[in-house]
Design a protein around this ligand. Structure first.
Ligand SMILES: [Ca+2]
Ligand SMILES: [Ca+2]
Length: 489
């Protein structure tokens, strides 16, 4: 070894161990695994394998979980489509970007020092030599112009609608245009649904040959409202046999006033209304029908991958952008910092991912970006605010110093630990729930003396930096958001 100078040893070391000395071309030799990125809109934990609803029938997502890793306690960064997806795609928290509400896909990087030079997740893969393709709802609408090498675009709206739709009296559904909570068996065949057509587009691309690895993203629209799918999906769920979610009529009496304000959603049906009008079981049936429909479409997509030449060299990830309340906490909506609005399915499977594993640690969708980079062997991106989940997939137990944070509006946060959910609103209002005894989050412990030190410990995990609302982000359907943005500092 004596004839090696210090410099040459350093050089050899760098050559062997530093990703910096490998030019991009080395990635493009088709050795990196492909990525199949599956986004589902408004899917809560009503999957067979997650046991969120005892009657849910989701054989395809259950099978995917069985051959991969299911994160049973995963949470979104914002309980609303636009900001949740902006967070996933930028790898940044809403509190860092000020994207608390909806945003035009093309304006995520505009007039925003936090995002102006950010590399979106699919863009990063493209820069590393991947061929990128996307169809359907991936960002809030589809994707920024020109982001994918090949874009299948997105159906305008949420699928075909019958000429006569229900417009329910009493909750202002008529003001909510194409996405109000109504439901029914329509259209006649699955082939008329945009989700079906997205699968055809993606399946066709899985038949092609590529000289680079690919990143293929498919964004499904169901079970987002309106809850229309063909009749056979409704037939899976006879209403007289369906279980109802737990509901406590006086549940919200112990939450702070700001929580009521945030939960005031004029365009959404209330649970009280659904009970009085006898519609609750119909809404549950329709939502479950949509879940089984989208599960079937996911199954068709996975079958197309299985029968392709890419079956053994592809990482699959399936996620939903946030949860959905079907009557829990008084309403039918996402839009809250409570468990049924923040919890999401998150499944990784395929090349290099262990099989048949369930992780109960609380995790975040913010981890999608760094996890996919680690699984594909790409260099980490120093702008990612989330943690890679690969150590959790591979270790039996993993000591970790972070939890799942959800943000709704500016400076309203929830932190979910293994046992607790702690919520702190902008005005100091608080909620604390003990999941070991109260999985429904009915009993707010925040004002009980013995929990003061617990609260202090949990408060330390909340983001300190809460930037003002971004100019291009808003959400006019939530009156509280309009008010909050108006007093933007
Ligand atoms: Ca959504
Ligand atoms: Ca309560």
């Amino acid at each position: 070894m004596s004839h090696f100078s210090g410099q040459s040893i350093l050089f050899i070391f760098l050559l062997l161990f530093s990703p910096l000395v490998f030019p991009k071309e080395s990635v493009g030799q088709n050795t990196s695994p492909n990525v199949l990125f599956i986004a589902i809109d408004d899917l809560n934990d009503w999957l067979g394998v997650m046991n969120g609803h005892p009657d849910a029938k989701t054989p395809n997502m259950d099978a995917l979980a069985a051959r991969g890793v299911l994160f049973q306690n995963a949470h979104c960064q914002a309980p609303l489509c636009g900001p949740s997806r902006a967070s996933i795609m930028t790898g940044l928290r809403p509190s860092t970007t000020g994207i608390y509400g909806m945003i035009d896909d093309n304006k995520i990087k505009s007039d925003n020092p936090a995002t102006s030079d950010i590399i979106f997740l699919p863009e990063y893969f493209k820069q590393q030599g991947y061929h990128t393709m996307g169809i359907g709802k991936l960002f809030h609408r589809h994707a920024p112009e020109g982001l994918f090498d090949e874009s299948g675009g997105r159906y305008k709206g949420f699928g075909p609608l019958p000429e006569e739709r229900f417009v329910w009296d009493g909750f202002g559904g008529e003001n909510y245009g194409r996405t109000s909570t109504d439901w029914g068996a329509f259209p006649a065949n699955d082939s008329l649904m945009p989700d079906y057509q997205s699968v055809q587009w993606a399946a066709e691309r899985l038949q092609r040959e590529y000289d680079q690895p690919f990143f293929l993203a498919v964004g499904f629209l169901r079970p987002h409202v309106p809850l229309y799918v063909p009749q056979p999906w409704f037939d899976l769920y006879p209403t007289e046999e369906l279980a109802w979610p737990s509901y406590k009529a006086d549940d919200l009496e112990d939450v702070p006033p700001v929580a009521h304000k945030i939960n005031d959603l004029p365009m959404m049906p209330s649970t009280e209304w659904a009970i009085k009008s006898g519609n609750w079981d119909d809404i549950i049936q329709a939502y479950l029908a949509c879940v089984s429909f989208v599960d079937h479409q996911v199954g068709q997509l996975l079958e197309a991958l299985e029968s392709s030449t890419y079956a053994d060299n592809t990482i699959i990830v399936l996620w939903s952008d946030h949860g959905y309340r079907l009557g829990e906490k008084g309403t039918f909506a996402k839009h809250a910092l409570w468990e049924p609005a923040t919890q999401v399915p998150l499944i990784f499977a395929g090349s290099g991912v262990p099989a048949g594993k369930i992780v109960n640690e609380p995790v975040e969708l913010l981890s999608l970006y760094p996890t996919l980079l680690e699984l594909t062997g790409l260099p980490a991106y120093d702008r990612n605010e989330g943690h890679s989940l690969v150590p959790l997939m591979n270790e039996q137990t993993q000591e970790k110093d972070w939890y799942a944070i959800t943000t709704f509006g500016r400076n309203n946060h929830a932190v979910r630990t293994n046992d607790f959910r702690y919520i702190r609103y902008e005005d100091g209002g608080e909620e604390l729930y003990d999941h070991t005894t109260d999985p429904q989050e009915w009993y707010n412990l925040a004002n009980q003396g013995e929990y003061q030190s617990q609260k202090e410990m949990l408060r330390k995990y909340l983001p300190e930096n809460n930037v003002p609302w971004n100019t291009h982000s808003s959400y006019t359907f939530q009156p509280y958001f309009v008010e909050q943005k108006a007093r933007n500092e």
